[in-house]
Ligand binder design. Structure first.
Ligand code: URA
Length: 248
């Protein structure tokens, strides 16, 4: 179980700011599991009982939301039995138990959200919430207009499913090297969806990056970096999810 400093636990529970919580501790007004604590470095766990002036505080975990630029060669998980690098390895300072919302393949880079807010994670991962995601793929061969039309209408993938309508455009192509760079916007999230869609039209993916997630982009971040979402961004994600789930 994660340990945090007592003043942080108090601030996260909304008792007072971290500075004001420190004063309460120094004044001897705070007990942990029945014992007065005056040391500011004291660490507490989620199941420790904290009292301020004799009143037990409610220890709700602070909800945190991150936008992460996942590098290639990292697993979208919180642990890996083969010891490979996982996305949460980048969040060494984070004490809350965060996890990725959905996943990107090991060899896919790009935008990935992480949170400890199960409610938002469930909403966004539910197929009913048609969150739009734009991928940029480097694919084998010269992608033609007919290929784009097929992608946009929906293709039969190797798992037997048909992809839903999508938007696609060729950003560039290199005849000498025989590859194309294609942007594809979808709102589904099946395993290897983008790779399977391109495979279905005979243009296997060589490299894949997710550039957007709903209205969120990677702007300002380099690979391996992250930022917290603003309150407005979190609210907008909730609003979109709730609006979309009312559509059906
Ligand atoms: N589609 C894929 O094929 N891979 C990803 O990582 C994401 C979408």
């Amino acid at each position: 179980m994660a340990e945090v400093r007592l003043q942080k636990a108090m601030a996260d529970a909304g008792v007072a700011s971290r500075r004001a919580s420190e004063r309460l501790i120094l004044e001897g007004r705070v007990r942990v599991n029945g014992t007065v604590v005056r040391e500011l470095g004291t660490k507490v766990r989620g199941d420790d009982a904290i009292e301020v002036d004799g009143t037990l505080i409610e220890r709700e975990e602070r909800k945190v939301y991150y936008l992460f630029y996942k590098p290639r060669g990292v697993i979208s998980a919180v642990s890996d039995d083969k010891g490979r690098r996982v996305v949460t390895d980048y969040f060494t300072e984070e004490r809350n138990r965060i996890y990725p919302i959905g996943r990107l393949d090991y060899d896919t880079s790009g935008i990935l959200l992480l949170t400890n807010d199960g409610r938002l994670a469930n909403l966004l991962m539910h197929p009913r919430y048609k969150v739009e995601k734009t991928y940029v793929a480097k694919v084998e061969g010269m992608v033609q207009n007919d290929d784009l039309k097929r992608l946009c209408k929906g293709v039969r993938m190797k798992d037997g499913h048909y992809s839903a309508r999508a938007r696609a455009k060729v950003l560039s192509s290199d005849r000498a090297k025989n590859h194309s760079i294609v942007s594809l916007t979808i709102h589904e999230g099946r395993n290897h969806q983008v790779k399977n869609m391109f495979e279905a039209i005979g243009h296997p993916v060589m490299k894949l990056k997710r550039e957007t997630y709903d209205f969120l982009t990677l702007q300002g971040l380099s690979s391996g970096q992250y930022r917290e979402l603003s309150n407005d961004e979190v609210k907008a994600l909730y609003d979109h999810a709730q609006k979309n789930s009312r559509l059906k």
